[in-house]
Design a protein around this ligand. Structure first.
Ligand code: PEP
Ligand code: MN
Length: 338
């Protein structure tokens, strides 16, 4: 249930209302705009009498929220959330961020070269996998702790905040200097991992599961938010359909659909969505035009010899072209209400 207050509500009456709601075991989540204040009630509101609240002088409207994802819902929090990444980069609410880098950290030379190249082209964050979820147990599994160390070095060198994937909560200590913790598609419904990440205060990049509905995607964000971590960035990375021509099917309609329902920023990963480097530029332009808050792009200094996801990785010069074209599209991008 949400309660929209009238402008400048009487303090005493507001305190009384708060106390009454709390006494019913409800938690109150405030969202303050320039003119309106919204109280979001979390908990079992079944026994709350809407009419009684509506009759109060300080109350403008009362609405029941149907969505089971209350923290993530735009009804609860009408303004776009702006997520701060390492005090250097903002994403959401009109702030656009590009995260770029190799699928996996492979060596100091590789990550350093890619980090410097993507920085020069205008990337806002450096991505790189250290713990890799691979279909085959015999495929390269990532450099693990050493990979994170090398990302930290690249961060020191370039100043770019770093993004890397967590696969097991027991590794959390290793992520101390990581700016954004990625939850990969395969772990989108690893509920124990999501609950633990709710206790962390760093931004979480939550990727959509391979065959997850948008409602399930939002419910996974809700798991993290219910634990108190509201710094979530959603990532559409393609879903599995009957189509096999590309690695996945990029669901671009998810962007405006999610934007209507949630205040969380949404970025698009065309690299994993398509699996072919040729598709990354057109899909980046399309995602930007559809209103995405950013992009996640795989870039490798030598894609032909990459240990993981070479065919979908851009060369640094291709990434440079992409950044220019995406910037050119941004002024025309769709925005809710525009
Ligand atoms: C990745 O970003 O490297 C990755 C493994 O992506 P996804 O979880 O979307 O497959
Ligand atoms: Mn990859």
């Amino acid at each position: 249930m949400i309660i929209v207050l009238k402008e400048n509500p009487d303090k005493k009456q507001l305190e009384n209302l708060e106390q009454w709601l709390k006494a019913m075991g409800l938690e109150i989540h405030y969202s303050k705009g320039t003119n309106t204040t919204i109280m979001g009630l979390i908990g079992d509101t079944a026994s709350v009498d809407d009419d009684l609240i509506r009759a109060l002088d300080i109350v403008d409207t009362v609405k029941r929220v149907q969505e089971p994802y209350k923290n993530a819902s735009r009804k609860f929090h009408p303004m776009d959330s702006v997520i701060d990444i390492g005090g250097k980069v903002k994403i959401g609410g009109g702030n656009f961020a590009i995260m770029a880098g190799p699928c996996s950290v492979e060596s100091e030379d590789q990550i350093t070269q890619v980090a410097q190249a993507v920085k020069a082209s205008g990337a806002h964050c450096l991505r790189g996998g250290a713990f890799k979820p691979r279909t085959s147990p015999y495929a390269f599994q990532g450099m693990r702790a050493k990979g994170i160390e090398l990302l930290e070095k690249a961060k020191d060198l370039t100043g770019l905040p770093i993004v890397t994937e967590i696969m097991d909560i027991s590794h959390l200590d290793l992520f101390e200097n990581v700016d954004v913790i990625q939850v990969g598609a395969r772990n989108m419904q690893n509920f124990e991992l999501l609950k633990e990440l709710g206790t962390v205060r760093k931004p979480i990049l939550l990727k959509r599961g391979l065959s997850s509905t948008l409602k399930e995607f939002l419910m996974s964000a809700e798991y993290i938010m219910a634990g108190g971590n509201e710094n979530i960035i959603l990532c559409e990375r393609g879903i599995r359909t009957f189509e096999t021509a590309l690695r996945n099917t990029l669901d671009l309609a998810a962007i405006p659909f999610l934007k209507q329902r949630t205040h969380l920023p949404i970025i698009v990963d065309p690299s994993h969505a398509c699996g072919i480097s040729d598709m990354v530029l057109p899909m980046s332009i399309a995602a930007t035009a559809a209103g995405a808050d950013g992009l996640l792009i795989e870039v490798h200094n030598d894609p032909a010899h990459a240990l993981c996801d070479g065919p979908q990785s851009l060369k640094p010069e291709e990434f440079d072209e992409l950044v220019g074209k995406v910037e050119a599209v941004r002024p025309f991008a769709y925005r809710e209400g525009s």
